[in-house]
Design a protein. Structure first.
Length: 225
């Protein structure tokens, strides 16, 4: 649903309509042109704000890390941690990643591969600091209990067209059952990736138990906060 107008975006981003239009034309922000006018999907804009760490002039996310029902530890426990995924291009890496991560029987690997590549073509999912968060544009799952995050360490860093131009070394592949849970999950990952100690764990390809233990401590801190 396209429920935000260009005027709404102007107020949200504190930019002129001309600046926003230029961003649309250079494929830097998701938008739809309907009857000659640009419109925006609120859920996609939330996702874009989180991925790009955009400072907004009014509250749009409405996410409280201390109360959200999303647990990264549980989601990664389902999705797993994988090492030395090969590939010299985004396409190769995505294809190889889909072959190793666990999927529910309702999702063919070919379907997920197509969905992830289609999302990357629309707009890169790199969020900076060597991290990318590939995910389908629309949730493919129907059952919340099948939601997962798979952490995939690449054998060699590759160009994911990140805004900070840093090659990507780690993927967080997110599979969600609905847009709300997806935004909550993405928000937690983005917040966690502001932590330099956590980034160091990713850069050094730390053991799975070490990564999960660190995230568990951070989630306890969020809950207590």
């Amino acid at each position: 649903m396209t429920d935000l107008t260009l005027k709404d975006m102007e107020e949200l981003l504190n930019l002129t309509q001309s600046e926003i239009t230029a961003m649309i034309e250079s494929n830097k922000i998701p938008a739809y042109k309907i009857k000659g006018h640009y419109h925006f999907n609120r859920a996609e804009i939330k996702e874009w704000i989180i991925e790009n760490n955009i400072k907004v002039s009014k509250k749009i996310l409405d996410i409280d890390l201390s109360h959200t029902g999303v647990s990264l530890v549980n989601l990664i426990g389902r999705g797993g941690v994988f090492y030395d995924v090969e590939g010299a291009t985004v396409t190769d890496v995505i294809k190889n990643t889909v072959q190793v991560i666990p999927l529910p029987p309702t999702i063919p690997r070919e379907t997920l591969t197509y969905s992830l590549l289609h999302r990357e073509e629309m707009m890169p999912t790199a969020i900076g600091k060597g991290i990318a968060v590939p995910h389908p544009r629309e949730p493919l799952l129907t059952k919340p209990e099948n939601q997962s995050i798979s952490i995939c360490f690449l054998k060699e860093p590759i160009d994911f067209h990140a805004l900070d131009h840093e090659p990507v070394h780690t993927l967080f592949v997110i599979l969600s059952a609905d847009q709300t849970r997806h935004v909550e999950t993405l928000s937690r990952i983005s917040f966690l990736c502001q932590d330099e100690k956590f980034i160091d764990l990713l850069k050094t390809k730390a053991a799975e138990n070490e990564i999960l233990d660190y995230i568990m401590v951070k989630e306890l801190e969020w809950h207590e906060g």
